[in-house]
Design a binder for this molecule. Structure first.
Ligand code: A3P
Ligand code: MG
Length: 263
């Protein structure tokens, strides 16, 4: 879904997720180009500007919905809400602050409560602004990005955090006879699997709902396996937003990845 939609309340939830992630990404690119800042200072300003923009737009376009954002106080009103937007205004803040890095993202996901009271992620988008691409939670095929990753060999690839790879990363790599590739941002790693550049993204040791909600709803829509490392479902809009581990992978390798990741 590459078309830039005008931001208005008539957009579907999916169109709105794509439009907001894309627009916040454009804002972040201009802050990065024009602020004269770098490193942590740039990350802080980017986080704030992107979050302010997203909060304003949700208040204007979906005033009845709750919002859970990494960068805003959580007043827990979302626990009684029927619809909750789960957003990460800059995922991969460290990489956003580092000149030349493209592995950072904007995450926008929607969680909706069902008849039973439980809820699910129902729509979402991950923008990779430095690549000029926004991925949507629809089943449309995804084109590879030429020149982004080294050409595929027969060897599988597993993407992991550059700064905090999980303790079980080596065992997953052995199980798949894969190379481990460090990439920043949960969204950028998940989209590498969506594009087919990597076979799996594994994480353990700490993360929050906003880090994975949008990547997971996009990956699910593209037919990928998404779960906790013990194989249980990823559950969102919980009181405690800590959601420390996940696997996103091609369904064919899920059993091997789970076997090698299980605590
Ligand atoms: N051990 C940990 N505890 C808490 N958050 C973690 C974490 N490891 C990774 N994350 C978060 O997950 C996102 C992706 O990290 P990584 O690139 O290392 O895989 C980052 O989000 P933010 O950049 O939004 O803070 C990072 O803060
Ligand atoms: Mg994050």
């Amino acid at each position: 879904m590459a078309v830039r939609a005008e931001l208005n309340a008539d957009l579907t939830d999916l169109e709105l997720a794509v439009a907001l992630a894309t627009a916040a990404g454009d804002l972040l690119l201009s802050v990065r180009a024009d602020s004269g800042l770098s490193g942590r200072d740039l990350g802080d300003v980017g986080d704030r500007r992107s979050d302010d923009f997203l909060q304003e737009q949700f208040a204007r376009l979906r005033p009845d919905d709750a919002v859970l954002s990494e960068e805003s106080t959580d007043d827990l009103a979302r626990l009684d809400a029927r619809r909750v937007w789960i957003v990460d205004p800059v995922d991969g803040t460290r990489e956003y602050g580092t000149e030349g890095r493209a592995d950072w993202a904007v995450h926008v996901a929607l969680w909706e409560r069902g008849e039973s009271g439980d809820g699910n992620l129902t729509a979402g988008a991950v923008a990779l602004p430095a690549l000029g691409i926004t991925y949507a939670s629809d089943p449309a095929p995804v084109a590879p990005v030429v020149g982004l990753a080294p050409p595929r060999t027969d060897r599988a690839r597993v993407v992991v955090s550059g700064s905090r790879p999980p303790a079980f990363a080596d065992s997953v790599a052995s199980a798949l006879d894969a190379e481990l590739v460090p990439v920043g941002s949960a969204g950028a790693k998940a989209m590498a699997v969506v594009r087919g550049e990597a076979d799996a993204y594994v994480h353990g040791g700490g993360q929050f709902e906003w880090d994975s909600a949008a990547p997971v709803v996009v990956a699910q829509a593209k037919g990928l396996w998404c779960s906790r490392i013990d194989g249980s479902p990823l559950v969102y809009n919980q009181r405690d937003t800590y959601l420390p581990d996940l696997i996103i992978c091609r369904p064919e390798v899920a059993e091997s990845v789970l076997g090698a990741s299980r605590p």
